[in-house]
Design a binder for this molecule. Structure first.
Ligand code: ATP
Length: 307
């Protein structure tokens, strides 16, 4: 028995590693197509987080094409352990920030630092392990719900998978599906809603428990109510945890309580502060806010009319 169990355990761990790297690939693909030119520096060290996850962009310039700059001389600091929102008009480069941080792409100039380490100097594995993303559109594998959550941490016992789903408020829903946690999802499985997909992504993130958390808010997948329920759920999960969390937000109502709001326009930082400070300032944020408040009222009126 002993002789047999060794190779089996070995195979098990190879299998888990393979699954984990598939997940990392998938996350990458989702953030944007994998860029094969991204290379790890020789002798790169693992990322360490002595400060608790402070993120700095220093004079970063980046464009997907040379003649079309997207980020222009962008400098910003996301303090460790805080809840930070990145907002700005559509196409200003919010999601691009995330892709650079994840090294799906490298900046053409400038530096990106996490706790004073240039992300180009650390191993890709340690960088990507430290970052959890709830993307705009969650990729699901053609596999069971349980495995889809477990991709967050292949070694987690089943109880932890269930606990994560409970904290993401999706456990009861899963139990109601035809085969519970063994229900197949993904393109060839059960059709589930955008909100349910995002909750599975949140469960995955809870299981992975990375020090740096990113939420790329969906532009249109979720209605306002579902989005708000998800946000209050995420706030509940983050409460009491020293985690740097960054929200790429479209709906300002979902992030007005952030410790810091960074406002981008055409790839540069135009202003930053708390919701209150930015409203008092009367700049771009306050313009975006009043515009959305007007839409919000119209949305509510329209919803009432329908009821
Ligand atoms: P939104 O609020 O609409 O989600 P955003 O601020 O997140 O937008 P990004 O997704 O960062 O904006 O995109 C910034 C610009 O880069 C846009 O003009 C977009 O068309 C362009 N862009 C994004 N991804 C790519 C890509 N893979 N190749 C080429 N251009 C891209």
């Amino acid at each position: 028995v002993f002789q047999l169990s060794v190779p089996l355990n070995f195979l098990g761990s190879v299998y888990r590693e393979l699954r984990q790297s598939l997940l990392d690939m998938e996350t990458l693909f989702n953030l944007q197509k994998v860029n094969v030119s991204i290379k790890e520096k020789e002798g790169a060290k693992a990322l360490a987080l002595p400060k608790g996850g402070e993120i700095k962009f220093e004079d970063v310039n980046f464009g997907y094409y040379e003649d079309r700059p997207i980020l222009r001389n962008l400098s910003l600091t996301i303090p460790a352990g805080k809840k930070v929102a990145v907002v700005g008009p559509s196409g200003c480069g919010k999601s691009t920030l995330l892709r650079l941080l994840f090294r799906s792409y490298d900046a053409q100039s400038g530096r990106i630092l996490i706790d004073d380490q240039d992300i180009k100097d650390v191993t890709l594995e340690s960088l990507r392990k430290s970052i959890g993303v709830v993307p705009q559109d969650t990729p699901l594998f053609n596999d069971t719900v349980e495995l889809n959550i477990r991709y967050g941490n292949m070694d987690a016992p089943a109880e932890d998978v269930f606990a994560a789903a409970q904290r993401a408020h999706i456990h009861d829903k899963i139990e109601s599906w035809p085969h519970g946690y063994q229900t197949k999802v993904g393109e060839r499985g059960l059709m589930i809603s955008g909100g349910e997909k995002q909750r599975l992504a949140v469960s995955r993130m809870i299981l992975k428990d990375p020090p740096l958390l990113f939420f790329d808010e969906a532009t249109s997948a979720l209605d306002t109510h579902t989005e708000q329920a998800l946000m209050s759920n995420i706030n509940e999960i983050l409460r009491g945890k020293e985690r740097t969390s960054v929200f790429v937000a479209h709906r300002l109502r979902t992030i007005y309580d952030a410790d810091l709001i960074i406002v981008l326009k055409e790839g540069s930082l135009v202003e930053q502060g708390t919701h209150k400070e930015l409203l008092e300032k009367g700049g771009l944020y306050s313009e975006l806010w009043s515009a959305q408040e007007r839409w919000g009222e119209e949305e509510e009126i329209n919803a009432e009319k329908k009821e």
